[in-house]
Ligand binder design. Structure first.
Ligand SMILES: *Cc1c(COP(=O)(O)O)cnc(C)c1O
Length: 349
């Protein structure tokens, strides 16, 4: 496969303060762009990162026909670059695309394009734990036409943003009892752009009350807890780890499935089943609720300090050794090539 490359004349890397990066605001010198038209994906190109032009009638602006992925690249002390389970990302991109009537992207374009892009922008991936390059692949509908039907033209684009270790501060959540993120038969399992915009308003409301995120519950009954903000969610009750099963309302997180595997192989009892808000409150009252944490590529594992549901509030007591930090360390060690990877999750570029 041929990838045309147009390099920047001068890199902007020297103007970037890598010690003060805010997440997702600085982008590397290059991006990958691949167009779809006349029923096929064309050859990808690597070009300087910068503004692109689209007609105001481009379908993505009107109907949100767009999907994305989120990945990270890591660099070890030798300067080798690694991705974490990239095969899962391209699979999931195409699962999301299918739901949004977007044509599947050939895996070769994703894999080879990403590899070339990371090599060209390698200086942007800093060594050292916590440093990484956040990778954002996405597909948008570009055909200039505003009838409500699938686009005939698309662009697959990959942009990259240097990131430092992500600390969200202390997180307290509200368990949803009115708003919903996803419904059965809907698009909750897809990384579809619109899923995120629709969370902003309810999240703003809880932030005004001093909470940071929402634990989303099932849309029918609001009894079962499904996701936390844009992360999957785990509960530790006693020494048991519990997380909701994947469904068409829940995103099949790569971090989530990695944690389940690590738990099983570390002798931690893990139950993948529906978990009710009433069970959570009861466990809290009994002093059995030890941890709640979210999982996702950006933060890896994000501990949740407390929750509120209707007029019930609970602050989780601190414990000495948490599952959250256990899994975070295990995953980070695999990602940064600091430990053996018996799973084949780490892929060298
Ligand atoms: C991306 C995402 C996750 C986490 O998935 P990872 O593959 O672990 O990064 C969880 N929930 C939602 C809604 C997401 O969009």
């Amino acid at each position: 496969m041929e990838i045309k490359i147009q390099q920047v004349e001068t890199s902007k890397i020297d103007s970037i303060d890598f010690n003060n990066l805010s997440f997702g605001k600085v982008f590397t010198d290059h991006m990958l762009v691949c167009s779809y038209s006349n029923g096929e994906w064309e050859s990808p190109e690597i070009i300087p990162y910068g503004p692109m032009t689209f007609e105001p009638s481009a379908r993505v602006f009107h109907y949100g026909q767009a999907v994305f992925e989120g990945m990270k690249a890591y660099k070890d002390d030798q300067g080798d670059i690694f991705l974490f389970r990239p095969d899962e990302s391209i699979k999931r991109l195409n699962i999301s695309s299918e739901r949004m009537a977007i044509p599947a992207l050939p895996e070769e374009i994703f894999n080879e394009g990403l590899k070339k892009l990371l090599k060209i922008d390698t200086a942007w991936i800093k060594k050292g734990e916590g440093n990484s390059l956040y990778i954002r692949p996405f597909v948008i509908a570009t055909e200039p036409a505003i009838s409500a039907s699938p686009s005939n033209d698309y662009k697959f684009i990959v942009i990259c943003s240097p990131a430092q270790s992500y600390y969200a501060g202390e997180v307290r959540v509200v368990v949803a009892d009115k708003f919903s993120r996803a419904a059965s038969g809907g698009v909750g399992y897809a990384k579809a752009a619109g899923n995120y915009a629709s969370q902003f308003y309810p999240t703003n409301l809880v932030q005004n009350e001093g909470y940071q995120q929402i634990i989303w519950t099932d849309a029918n009954t609001h009894e079962y807890m499904e996701e936390a903000g844009t992360m999957n969610i785990f509960f530790r009750i006693g020494d048991k780890l519990i997380t909701a099963p994947i469904s068409d309302r829940i995103l099949d997180g790569i971090t989530r499935k990695s944690i389940i595997q690590l738990a099983k192989d570390s002798g931690i009892e893990v139950e993948v089943r529906g978990i009710k808000v009433s069970e959570l409150k009861e466990a809290a009252k009994q002093g059995e609720l030890k941890e709640i944490f979210g999982s996702g590529t950006a933060a890896v594992v994000n501990p949740i300090k407390g929750f509120k549901h209707k007029d019930f509030e609970y602050e989780i007591p601190e414990i000495a050794s948490t599952y959250a930090s256990f899994f975070k360390e295990k995953l980070i060690n695999i990602q940064y090539n600091n430990s053996e990877d018996t799973y084949g999750w780490r892929v060298k570029i």
